[in-house]
Design a binder for this molecule. Structure first.
Ligand SMILES: Cc1cc2nc3c(=O)[nH]c(=O)nc-3n(C[C@H](O)[C@H](O)[C@H](O)COP(=O)(O)OP(=O)(O)OC[C@H]3O[C@@H](n4cnc5c(N)ncnc54)[C@H](O)[C@@H]3O)c2cc1C
Length: 444
């Protein structure tokens, strides 16, 4: 039996989670149990896999286990952009070259759009109240330098035949209410969601052949026939295992050195009064993604809060402590004041938190069968709201023996590229983050 050495553990609730009505966590596992399939992880990837597998294999008993209550891990901690046209932390424009279009670009977009379609289907089927908003995203540039990166981006969109609208500084102000942005680019296909509400809704409506166990960390594993997963109060035996636990997949022997755990941080204000909303002006709901890889994502939520997401940390230990969140909160305050200080200098943050995402050096992913009746959908490179959803669904189809063009394509995805072991890799990532953050300037 192999021991699992690191577990998800967050000292702060995310604002997305904490601002929702309180939720009673579901049961944890208290006895030994057998199943046809066990899905490890109840984030977007795991829950999407559970919905689809249950549909395709109605006679299977399926378990989903998670170390935390649903919504407390990264799927409930992110900025809630279900992105169709990706931007990444490592590149300023996602297309293969200026004006160059290749099949890989189109496949990635089709894959992300399959996630949006599946997400919409589930949200509509179960009436999940998660502020699902098909309003797109705005790439925001606070500087002329940032605007320059948009030129490449738009050239790529032209080559792909994708729709977009360039926005002037005046139009950015009309949307956001603030006189901060140089210009922007709106792309219409991205969906904005309240991420904790979505992931909680997906868990609340699992089909009847799925049992969910929360607060149930898997502490040990043996890949055998059947597979065996140990938890503190019960052992799980299952013919099939689907690893949907993102960066923690490395704790189960997958690409140990090649998965980079990265922490991102965010703060959310209290709800603005109607007077404060009038002082801010602009539209009632919008979302900005930065033009720089280390820039700030800014949102005005449906319930009239402002959210600032900036600050990146490499984290070999896959966790952070109170001193880190203090420093990040100061960073968020400064980012906030530069943007909103003229109109709303005293609007307080109600919540500050961090969360993990999983990257690889080459944006490779771990997807498909990785051992005998052992499967994985992990490492979504910072875009896991869409990619996790699509990968989880496709993994279920793969396990159930379904075939599709999209599945065949995704099975060909590059694996995470080789990285040197810690501490060399960690130092390299820290250096890279430092460089990006230093260069981000007003975009952060
Ligand atoms: C601040 C922030 C902002 C972000 N913004 C965006 C965004 O706007 N758009 C976007 O696409 N992505 C964004 N991301 C990334 C996104 O949140 C992740 O890519 C996504 O949550 C991945 O989903 P997942 O289901 O694969 O993994 P997770 O949500 O991490 O789910 C994995 C689950 O596995 C469980 N688990 C792990 N180990 C064990 C174990 N041993 N036993 C039991 N359970 C275990 C965890 O508790 C967790 O619930 C952001 C991330 C952060 C932190």
């Amino acid at each position: 039996m192999q021991k699992v050495k690191k577990f998800p553990d967050y000292p702060n609730d995310s604002g997305w989670y904490a601002s929702l009505p309180a939720r009673q966590a579901g049961p944890s596992l208290t006895a030994d149990i057998s199943a046809d399939a066990v899905i490890l992880g109840a984030g977007f990837a795991g829950l999407s896999a559970a919905h689809r597998l249950a549909e395709l294999k109605p006679d299977w008993q399926i378990l989903v286990v998670d170390a935390l209550p649903v919504g407390m891990a990264s799927s409930g901690r992110n900025s809630g952009f279900m992105i169709d046209l990706p931007h990444t932390l490592d590149s300023q424009s996602y297309t293969s070259s200026a004006g160059g279009v290749n099949d890989a670009d189109r496949q990635v977009i089709a894959f992300n759009r399959s996630a949006i379609d599946y997400g919409r289907t589930l949200v509509e089927r179960y009436h999940i109240d998660c502020d699902w908003s098909e309003t797109g995203k705005i790439h925001a540039a606070a500087t002329a330098q940032g605007a320059k990166s948009h030129t490449d981006f738009m050239r790529g969109l032209d080559a792909l035949g994708e729709a977009y609208t360039p926005l002037s500084g005046v139009q950015m102000q009309a949307t956001t209410g603030i006189d901060y942005y140089h210009s922007g680019v709106h792309t219409p296909g991205t969906v904005a969601v309240q991420p904790a509400a979505l992931v909680r809704g997906l868990a609340a409506h699992l089909p009847s052949n799925v049992s969910l166990y929360e607060n149930t960390p898997v502490t040990g594993y043996e890949w055998a026939s059947p597979h065996q997963l140990n938890t503190p109060n019960g052992c799980i035996r299952a013919r099939q295992v689907l690893l949907c636990n993102n960066g923690f997949g490395a704790m189960f022997g997958l690409h140990k050195n090649n998965l980079l755990p990265i922490l991102l941080f965010a703060s959310m204000t209290r709800v603005m009064s109607s007077q404060e909303q009038a002082l801010l002006g602009g539209e009632k709901q919008w979302g900005l993604v930065p033009s720089h890889p280390a820039g700030a994502t800014i949102k005005r939520t449906a319930d009239q809060r402002l959210v600032v997401r900036t600050g990146i940390k490499s984290s070999y230990n896959m966790r952070y402590g109170p001193q880190v969140i203090g420093a990040m909160q100061a960073l968020h305050r400064s980012s906030y004041q530069r943007r909103f200080g003229a109109q709303l200098p005293a609007l307080e943050f109600e919540y500050s938190w961090g969360g993990l995402l999983c990257m690889s050096r080459n944006e490779g992913t771990v997807f498909g069968t990785v051992g005998k009746r052992l499967h994985a959908a992990i490492c979504h490179n910072g875009l896991g709201v869409a990619r996790g959803t699509a990968a989880g669904k496709l993994l279920a189809e793969h396990v159930a023996g379904h075939d599709s063009e999209l599945l065949r394509q995704y099975l060909q995805s590059p694996q995470p590229a080789w990285m040197p072991a810690h501490p060399i890799s960690t130092l390299g990532v820290m250096g890279n983050i430092w460089r990006h953050q230093t260069l981000a300037g007003r975009e952060a």
